[in-house]
Design a protein. Sequence first.
Length: 351
Amino acid sequence: MNDQNKMLAAASGALDHLFKLTTNDNILVITDSYSAAIADAFKEAGLEKGCSVSLFKIENDTRPLQEIPAELENLLPGKTTVLNIIKSFPEEISFRIKWIHKVEANKLVRMGHMPGITEEMMLHCVNVDFGGMKTTADKLIEALANAVQLHITTDAGTDIVLGVAGRKFVGDIEINPGKMGNIPCGEIYCAPLETEANGIIVFDASIGDIGLLKQPLKVYVTDGRITKVESNDKELETRIAELTDVDDEARVIGELGIGVNPGARITGNMLEDEKSLGTSHIAFGNNVGFVGGGKNNSKIHRDYLFYRPTIEIYYAKADLSSTSTLSGKQTDRKMLMNRGKSVYAEQKEPS
């Protein structure tokens, strides 16, 4: 089987497991010159399932987009599934957020969001055991139900407490009407309480739209807001300071995610990186529209990834006077991950 046929098989599996398509579905594929082969695979897979498929190509001379093109918006009525198969431009984050919100406002439409997807991803982390991945995700989500706080540490120096009371964890291994999910999929996530994150996070893997890190980035967070960033890579330090100064809420915590995709690798492309087993990511910026709640309306959403987290769940509020000596009865807490290893599933080391 050649690579194009393998991509077709991967696209077909993703459409089956994530969307459960029928012949009544009407698919809109948004693509560009960079992602044409992948778009063709999804288009052919949809047609083979008896769906109607329309294609909208973003021309290179119109990029980076800031607003939704009128001709694209006009194609949305009557569609049941939207697939964004496009190259990721940092300058288009605002456009992508607007487009996601536009589609999600139509409660009958599902969106598969793939900014930056590559043919390698199709072969390695889209062509996976969706059933096994969903089982792992469901076990983690069950353990996190009714969580009040999460204490996250790493050997690299992360030591932070996140408030999550009332904020539901969800998985992305099924995309329901009115919702968006990534392809490749493979994470569970929530929107932490925007004012209840305190501590230090050391990001040592990758950052969205920046790529693999040459040096770790240390981020200080008080009451949910970035107060300081430090790195031996001064160019990175300056860049992050600029990116988090886009608007007032760009510095405010927006997401905690945990990867559960056994085929995902650490490549510098966040679409794949954040799904990798043994990793966790925290985003700062927009989380409006998150299933479990979210109030951050920033124009950006940027993910920061770190390796091998230890995550402890607290089911009652603990003493935050020192994050390293959290109090609480043993019965009020549970270990979720230990140095990147989930207590609920066999895992490989992140690579």
